[in-house]
Design a protein around this ligand. Sequence first.
Ligand code: B12
Ligand code: SF4
Length: 474
Amino acid sequence: MKVYLIKPLQSNFAVASPFSTITTEAGIYPPLGLLQLATGEKIRGCHAVSVIDMVAEGLSLAALQSILERERPAVAGVTLHTDNLGDGCQVIALIKSVSPDIAVLAGGPHVAMYPKETMGISGVDYAVCGEADGVLGEMLDRLAAGKPLEDIPGVVTRANLHLPIVKLEIEDLDGLAIPDYSLLPYKKYSSILTRNNPIAIIMASRGCPFKCAYCPAGGTKLRRRSPKLVADEVEKCLSLGIKDILFFDEIFALDHARVKELCALFVDRGLKFRWNIRTRVGDITPEIVSVLKNAGCNLIQFGIESGTQRIQKLMNKNLDLDDVYKRIQWVRQAGILTYGNFMLGSPTETDEEINATVSFAIRLKLDFAVFGITVLLPKTEYYSRALRENKIPRDFWGDYIANPLVQIPNAYWPDFDKKYLEKKCKEAFSRFYLRPWYVFNYMTRIARMSNIAAHIKPAMNVFKNFFSDGAITK
Ligand code: B12
Ligand code: SF4
């Protein structure tokens, strides 16, 4: 059976980004979930499964239509993200317009959060709630045999819509196939954060047990892959000519013994590549940074978010700022680039507190800082609080999901004026990046540690547009 798994374009966002160039210049990232599923199916060898990444291929809806008309797949799966659900819905409508007989499967992070609502999207035949690796094969076999699907756990159909839905989580990640990047247009993937293209994303673990008030990702079970299989995956990527790897685990360095084992494997196998990780600041010790550096880790991304203790507590992030300072300096001293994410506009945050966050980012001497306006994301404590306290009159995510081509006019904490937050955000970037220290540091430290040529064009585009009047999308 011919099956297409499709990653839609990213052109219709729920919330207009005031700084659109940052999004467009950030890079093109591989759809790892679809790749994981397609690799598993390739190994089973029962169906012809291909991935279409509309973003990487720059495929318009019209171009996708031609492919579907020519190829006539029996099944099309679409990955859905809440923040650009409209793009996914357009793809689903297009598939059904090509042929109502193509069975449409919906999956992805949006479906994991809103499984029942997904079945309300016109054209969706089946939705999979959560990690589909363990059920996709069975679904395809049954579709090929014309059998019903409603008794497969995690699969939502019109027949079982009234029943409780199981959210699928793969317990044993080592049972999954190593993603085969040759199934993707892998040469097209890039990131502003890496030195050389193409890049790959690897998840060495899935899940995050923490529960930050603004984040929909937390509170999930942390599952780890064996270091040997992760090293095998790296080796496989490098053999394809992939140069840099981004580990997108939420908390890569939580388990030090495992990090040491993994790094030792990279070194022992002579795997020379540059890689980035994301982790919590509290995971950093002098020993672990030296292990990471020795194995080629080039940059660590931290979610620091606020420079005041009060907002740290409110976010349920609870980082101790002195401790953050100390640990970030350990990373710098080890010669690893530091990248901090910050959020402006938490509930009840004052102007002074916003300014203090920017000052803190500066004091940390980070190599990169990104300041975002706090969006009240669905299924987060911040959003529940806004609803609970009647700060917002309606469940605007509910409205958006029902009509995803209409943007949410204001998804920020409603006590703030939108223009004020945009101004503060722009100010934050100016304060951080337009300092003599930063410019000097950028030209020396970063140029020495990374291929500046790879960064200069996107960075310039970001800066040019950002600091011009056109930076803020009205
Ligand atoms: C890499 C990543 C990014 C990258 C690239 C994303 C991209 N656009 O391609 C970057 C850094 C750019 C990014 C940005 C953002 N991201 Co992001 N990101 C991730 C991250 C860390 C990993 C994704 C991944 O590879 N996962 C691993 C694979 C194996 O899992 P998966 O993709 O979910 O796929 C599995 C299932 O969902 C399912 N499945 C997936 N697709 C399909 C399709 C079918 C047909 C079926 C049956 C099943 C199925 O099976 C897969 C295999 O198990 C996830 C968190 C996470 N741990 O997943 C967040 C995540 C996807 N991001 C999220 C968010 C909110 C964002 C931002 C909006 C953040 C922000 N506030 O700016 C931006 C959006 C910008 C944009 N639209 O691109 C949310 C999405 C929530 C939602 N409801 O949609 C996530 C889930 C994190 C979270 N929970 O908060 N992100
Ligand atoms: S922000 Fe990071 S640490 Fe906090 S819950 Fe989300 S993924 Fe976990």
